[in-house]
Design a protein around this ligand. Structure first.
Ligand SMILES: [Zn+2]
Length: 469
C-alpha cells in the first residue's frame, strides 16, 4: 500500500516537473481497455507527451498549465487506435483527394492503414507527407506495386517468369516498401520464385492466392496474409484439381462467364474434413486472413436501390461518385445471385475458420464502390461478430492483431507506456456491442488530440471538398 502510494506521488511529481518543458495531453478518469484480455481498468489517468504514452496510473496530480490539455474522460472507454488492414488510398487511375480520404480515416478512429497497392510514387509521397506532419492522416504500412501478369504501369510490375519475379521482389525491397503484394494472375513458377526471394530478402509477401496455386501451397510457401478469402473455398472442394484446371483454361481464353459459372460448382462441393486440414495449415504457418466481408457484401448488394441513398455517399468525390452510378454497376442477374450466395458463404467460412483457430485482420478494401473509407471498417467489425467472433476478438482484428502481424507490437495495438499515442475514446463499451466503436468521443493520433467537434469539422471539410471534385 505504501509503495503504491509512493508510486502515485512520484508520478505526480514527475508529471509536474516534466510538463514544465513539454506540452502534454492528460486523459483522466478513463476506462482503459487492455485489448489482449478485454480487461477494463476504470478511473485511469493517461499522460501523453511527444506523441507517446508516457505514463498510465490510477491517480495523478495534474498541474494547471497552459501547455497541458486535460480531458476528463469519465464514463468513456479508451481503446487503441484502429487499423484498416486492406485499403487502396492512392489508386493510379482515379486517386481520391488526399484531403478527403485520409481525414475520413482519422475521423473514424482509424489511426493506421495497410495500403495494399496503388500509384507507387503517390503512395510514397503521401506516406512522407503524413510522417512529416504536412498532411493529416493515419500511419501507413504500404505495399510495393502489384506483382502480376500483364503490362507495367504506375502500380504494377509484371512477373511473367521467375527471373523477373525475383527482380521485382528486389526492387520492392530496395524502394523501401513494407511488403510485397501479389495479384491473382501471377503464374505458378513466378509465385514460388517470389516466395523464395522474399524469404531471402526478409520481406513479407501477401495478397490474393493466385489461380495457379492452391491455398494450402500458399500457406506452405509462407504467404503472410490471404486477402478476400481467395482460393479458400476451392481448396475445400472435393473437385479442387478439376475445377482449378477448368478455371485456368477459361481464364486463358478470357471466357469470364465460364469462369464465373465454376463458382457454383465450388460452392456445391465443399468437404468439411478437407476444410479442417486446410485451416490447420493456416494456423500452423500463421497465415492470416483478411476476409474484407464488407467489400463482398457491397458487391453482393449492387442491385439494391437503397445503396444509392447511403448518406456516406456525400464523402465520395463527385467525379468518382459518378462512376458508382447504379446503371453502370448493375450486375447481370446470375452474377448478382452468385455474389449473394458467396457473401453468405464467406460469413460461414469465417465462422468455420475462426472455430479452428485461424487468425484474422480487419480490412475493408475501400474505396472500392460502396466501401466508404473509414466508416466501412466499423461495418467489417460488425460482420466479423456476425461471423462468430466475440466483440473483443473483432476489436483485436483492428488493434492487437495488426500490430502483431506487422511486428510492431512495441509501437501500436495496445495501450501501454512507451507506445505511440494512437487512441480512440468511446462513449460506450464496444465489448457490450461492437457497434459502439462508432460512438467516437475523441481520437488521439500520434499524440494529437481531436475532440468530437474537431472530428465533425474534419468530416464537413471532407464533404465540401468531395462535392467540388
Ligand atoms: Zn484490395
Amino acid at each position: 500500500m505504501r509503495a503504491l502510494f509512493l508510486g502515485l506521488c512520484l508520478f505526480g511529481l514527475l508529471l509536474h516537473s516534466r510538463v514544465q518543458r513539454h506540452s502534454a495531453l492528460v486523459l483522466t478518469h478513463a476506462n482503459v481497455m487492455d485489448v489482449r484480455s478485454g480487461r477494463i481498468v476504470a478511473g485511469m489517468t493517461v499522460l501523453i507527451e511527444d506523441g507517446k504514452i508516457t505514463h498510465i496510473a490510477k491517480l495523478a496530480l495534474v498541474p494547471q498549465s497552459r501547455d497541458v490539455t486535460v480531458v476528463n474522460a469519465s464514463g468513456k472507454f479508451l481503446i487503441p487506435g484502429l487499423w484498416d488492414m486492406h485499403v487502396h488510398s492512392a489508386f493510379a487511375d482515379a486517386p481520391w483527394d488526399e484531403k478527403v480520404i485520409y481525414p475520413l480515416y482519422v475521423a473514424n478512429g482509424i489511426t493506421g492503414i495497410r495500403d495494399m497497392g496503388g500509384d507507387e510514387k503517390l503512395l510514397k509521397e503521401r506516406r512522407a507527407a503524413i510522417r512529416d506532419g504536412r498532411l493529416l492522416g493515419p500511419h501507413m504500412f504500404i505495399a510495393g506495386p502489384f506483382l502480376a501478369a500483364g503490362k507495367a504501369d504506375a502500380q504494377t510490375i509484371p512477373v511473367p517468369n521467375p527471373e523477373e519475379a525475383r527482380r521485382a521482389v528486389d526492387s520492392v525491397k530496395a524502394d523501401g516498401f513494407d511488403f510485397v503484394k501479389i495479384l491473382s494472375n501471377v503464374p505458378r513458377e513466378s509465385y514460388f520464385a517470389i516466395a523464395d526471394e522474399a524469404t531471402k530478402q526478409n520481406i513479407t509477401f501477401a495478397g490474393h492466392v493466385p489461380y495457379s496455386i492452391s491455398a494450402e501451397e500458399a500457406a506452405n510457401a509462407g504467404q503472410r496474409s490471404i486477402e478476400h478469402l481467395t482460393g479458400i473455398l476451392l481448396a475445400c472442394s472435393t473437385q479442387e484439381e478439376e475445377i482449378r484446371k477448368a478455371e485456368l483454361e477459361a481464364l486463358a481464353v478470357r471466357n469470364y462467364s465460364a469462369f464465373t459459372k465454376l463458382g457454383s460448382a465450388i460452392l456445391g462441393s465443399y468437404r468439411p474434413d478437407k476444410a479442417k486440414a486446410l485451416f490447420f495449415d493456416f494456423t500452423a504457418h500463421s497465415t492470416w486472413q483478411v476476409p474484407t466481408l464488407v467489400w463482398t457484401m457491397a458487391n453482393s448488394n449492387l442491385d439494391h436501390p437503397e445503396l444509392f441513398n447511403d448518406p456516406r455517399l456525400k464523402y465520395v468525390p463527385a467525379s468518382i461518385r459518378k462512376g458508382w452510378d447504379p446503371t453502370k454497376q448493375k450486375p447481370a442477374p446470375e452474377q448478382a445471385a452468385l455474389a449473394k450466395s458467396e457473401a453468405e458463404r464467406d460469413i460461414q467460412l469465417v465462422h468455420d475458420m475462426h472455430r479452428h483457430g485461424v487468425q484474422f485482420l480487419a480490412g475493408s478494401d475501400g474505396p472500392d464502390p460502396f466501401v466508404f473509407p473509414g466508416f466501412s471498417l466499423h461495418d467489417e467489425l460488425e460482420l466479423l461478430v456476425r461471423s462468430g467472433l466475440t466483440p473483443l476478438q473483432a476489436l483485436q482484428t483492428a488493434t492487437f492483431n495488426p500490430a502483431l502481424f506487422m511486428q510492431k507490437l512495441d509501437r501500436y495495438g495496445i495501450i501501454e507506456q512507451g507506445h505511440v499515442a494512437d487512441l480512440v475514446l468511446l462513449d460506450a463499451n464496444p465489448l457490450i456491442d461492437i457497434r459502439n466503436t462508432r460512438k467516437i468521443s475523441a481520437v488521439v493520433l500520434g499524440g494529437r488530440y481531436f475532440p468530437r467537434v474537431e472530428l465533425d469539422k474534419m468530416l464537413r471539410d471532407a464533404e465540401d471538398r468531395a462535392a467540388k471534385e
